[in-house]
Ligand binder design. Structure first.
Ligand code: ADP
Ligand code: SF4
Length: 690
């Protein structure tokens, strides 16, 4: 197949200073949770983007000196020759596919506390750490400013040695340079503070330093916020007056502008709260302020929307972080006219968790993310089948669907049996909850692929028992029957459940609500799960008109959701809807008329009059079929399969990304020779000379 001529514009080469991007697909800098810790993992991951057709592939934020260090967030670094060699692993692989490699050089300011290196952080003034650490910056004097410029220049030179084609000057997201730009943060009285000309001075100098040092062969890009910097600190106005004035000074200096907004929860907004292309009002005016190419993001997965943004002059490059994670081959698929094969990002931000918790990035839609090097997994290619086996998969949730998809691609004969009429399991159910509609893409991508596979048979409304499963005569059986939410309060805060729980008809679980069985009267949603479910259910019930109180043992609503950005906007929405929030409390009893809440700190109990209680605590794996089959096989039943496994939530309830991974892994490992002691290659930094 060939591409639709409507999309030709996406494949035009674009000059960026001294280098040329082969098309308009631009992977903007994004965190990977690998940073300097896992150089081979990172090189494998970035290579996949280049192979998938992205013309530019960038690193994540890259510290220029040990005085910019941000644990537990794993940043990249360019401190020494060892770092140069580590980055060269990536640039060589990116170049091998004809793409450009960019590095996002970073100065930290009050956003970093240097907890690892113990260097004092330098700031525009003596100000508290913006990430909540009880550390302040040292106000930079003029010699510090000279020093910081030297660090940046030296890092740019190292970047050149490492083979990079683009060096960033990073002037947004609250890091040092954006603090200099901000009228709110920059209270200096010297030539670096006060007037706009003074506040942009350091950025101007660093752009000029970088161009002078490496500009003969490398392009210089500036990452800049369309609103906050110019607006005096977070006024949220698209292209406020100050931004225009800043562009009058800086507009023509760099070779490329990478424009976003400083509010991460908008820039990389969850699909729960933010639609695709939502930065348009912010960035649209920027292009008229410069003749240089502009890139921006917007969770673009639709080529029509990409074309429309380019034709309407919003941007020159299609910037992407998440769409390139969910599908590193997005450009290739557009180029080859295979739009139905695009694995669209669902906007869940599971890919952001690795940055907050310090582990290699993963993705709900793309189970191969970060596994390119350490497990040798390619997002589009998979080993041919290892035998002529027939495989039965029971349950068509995300685990079962992905197992069937990947096994089908390997060429196995697959039978997929699902108890209900609808396929998709929890994904289909959860996509009906407020804000989660895009999650259905997890099901739809896989169904679309399965439809093309004559070797995969799907049986709906087929609830299998032990004899049914054995009667299929499969060589291998995978049980992907999922889990159910518990009704007894058992969970992290109540390891024996909640002892006094009132009439069953007043008790509800997430499964009830998703099945349309709603409570009545004043209702508590008890969230001992701490991710999105408690908050989304509270929203659903409040929408239906019930008085709702969300109670959680954590000190914040959706506490784990801080890693995905569910927490803040989720809590704001509940408050705006009139949901009462009670944090730091457990529930010790409920009788259908009132619940007893217990303070986590003092043990003090207080009653709350409510009629219904929704428990969002833990889940029970639905593994009875697996257990029964295990017993029958141990008894020596005739026609027993060669292997029986459980996958996904049936093995261990977790997030959807874990179920997809589990299904994919099952498919990859069938008939493979496994080293159980070393299931994956262990990445680490071990260059002998630095
Ligand atoms: P996971 O997240 O692990 O994929 P889900 O709960 O989303 O799990 O999906 C499990 C699927 O398994 C559901 O669609 C459910 O209807 C189906 N299922 C459960 N038991 C059986 C069974 N005995 N036979 C066929 N399908 C089953
Ligand atoms: Fe998109 Fe979710 Fe994958 Fe991130 S984890 S790229 S938000 S699908």
């Amino acid at each position: 197949m060939t591409r639709d001529p409507r999309y030709d514009i996406l494949f035009e080469p674009i000059k960026i200073g001294p280098v040329t991007a082969k098309n308009r697909f631009y992977q903007v800098p994004h965190c990977t949770g690998s940073g300097w810790h896992h150089p081979r993992t990172l090189a494998g991951l970035r290579e996949m983007k280049a192979e998938g057709g992205w013309a530019v592939v960038n690193t994540e934020y890259c510290s220029v000196h040990p005085a910019v260090d941000d644990p537990p967030h794993p940043c990249a670094s360019l401190w020494d020759d060892g770092d140069v060699r580590a980055h060269a692993l990536m640039t060589e692989k990116v170049h091998a596919h004809g793409a450009l490699a960019g590095v996002e050089l970073c100065l930290g300011g009050a956003s970093v506390a240097n907890l690892g290196t113990r260097e004092v952080a330098l700031g525009v003034s003596s100000m508290p750490n913006l990430a909540g650490n009880p550390f302040q910056t040292r106000a930079m004097d003029l010699s510090d400013i000279r020093e910081v410029r030297r660090w940046h220049r030296n890092a740019a030179l190292r970047a050149k040695t490492a083979g990079f084609d683009i060096a960033y000057v990073y002037a947004t997201h609250g890091y040092l340079l954006s603090q200099f730009l901000s009228a709110k943060h920059n209270q200096r009285t010297d030539e670096y503070g006060g007037s706009i000309e003074n506040r942009v001075r350091l950025i101007r100098e660093i752009i000029e330093d970088t161009k002078e040092a490496v500009g003969d062969t490398m392009a210089v890009a500036v990452r800049f916020s369309a609103e906050t910097n110019g607006g005096g600190g977070g006024d949220g106005n698209p292209v406020a007056g100050e931004t225009r004035e800043m562009f009058e000074i800086l507009g023509e200096l760099p070779d490329l502008w990478d424009i976003n907004v400083s509010d991460y929860s908008l820039e990389m907004g969850l699909s729960r709260f933010v639609e695709q292309g939502s930065l348009e009002p912010y960035v649209a005016a920027i292009k008229s302020l410069t003749t240089k190419p502009v890139v921006t993001v917007g969770r673009f997965t639709s080529p029509d929307m990409m074309v429309s943004h380019i034709k309407r002059g919003v941007m020159d490059f299609v910037g992407a972080a998440r769409p390139s994670i969910a599908d590193p081959f997005l450009p290739k698929k557009i180029e080859e006219g295979r739009l139905e094969d695009i694995r669209e990002c669902i906007g869940c931000n599971v890919c952001y968790v690795g940055d907050g918790k310090g582990f290699p990035i993963r993705c709900t839609q793309n189970p191969t993310m970060s596994e390119e090097w350490r497990r040798g997994w390619h997002p589009e290619k998979i080993e041919d089948k290892g035998s002529d086996s027939r495989v039965l998969i029971v349950g068509a949730g995300p685990a079962g669907l992905e197992a069937a998809h990947a096994l089908g691609k390997r060429g196995y004969d697959v039978v997929l049996a699902e108890a209900t009429r609808d396929l998709g399991g929890r994904v289909t159910r959860e996509a009906g909850l407020p804000g989660l509609s895009e999650w259905i893409r997890v099901r739809d991508y896989r169904l679309q692929q399965l439809e093309k596979m004559p070797n995969v048979e799907i049986f709906r409304e087929s609830e299998l028992g032990v004899e049914d499963a054995l009667a299929v005569g499969a060589d291998h059986i995978a049980i992907a029957t999922g889990s159910t939410w518990r009704r007894d309060g058992f969970g992290a805060a109540n390891s024996r459940g909640i002892s006094n729980l009132g009439p069953l008809e007043n008790l509800f679980t997430a499964d009830d609500i998703m099945a349309g069985n709603l409570p009545s009267g004043p209702t508590i949603v008890f969230d001992d799960d701490h991710y999105y479910m408690g908050s989304v259910l509270a929203e659903r019930l409040r929408e239906s008109g019930l008085p709702v109180t969300l109670v959680t043992p954590e000190d914040a609503v959706s506490a784990w959701g801080k890693f995905t950005q569910d927490r803040w906007r989720g809590q704001s929405r509940l408050m705006e809807m009139g949901v009462d929030l009670i944090t730091g409390h457990n529930i010790s009893s409920f009788d259908g008329a009132a619940a007893t809440l217990q303070c986590n700190y003092t043990g003090t109990e207080k009653p709350l009059k409510v009629q219904s209680l929704v428990l969002v605590t833990a889940r029970t794996p639905m593994d009875s079929l697996y257990q029964a089959l295990t017993t029958r096989i141990a008894e020596g039943v005739e026609g027993a399969p060669k292997s029986l496994k459980r996958i996904g939530d049936c093995e261990a309830p977790a997030i959807i990304a874990a179920a997809v991974f589990s299904g994919h892994r099952y498919a990859r490992e069938l008939d493979a020779t496994l080293d159980l002691d070393n299931p994956l290659k262990h990445d680490r930094v071990f260059f002998e000379d630095g």
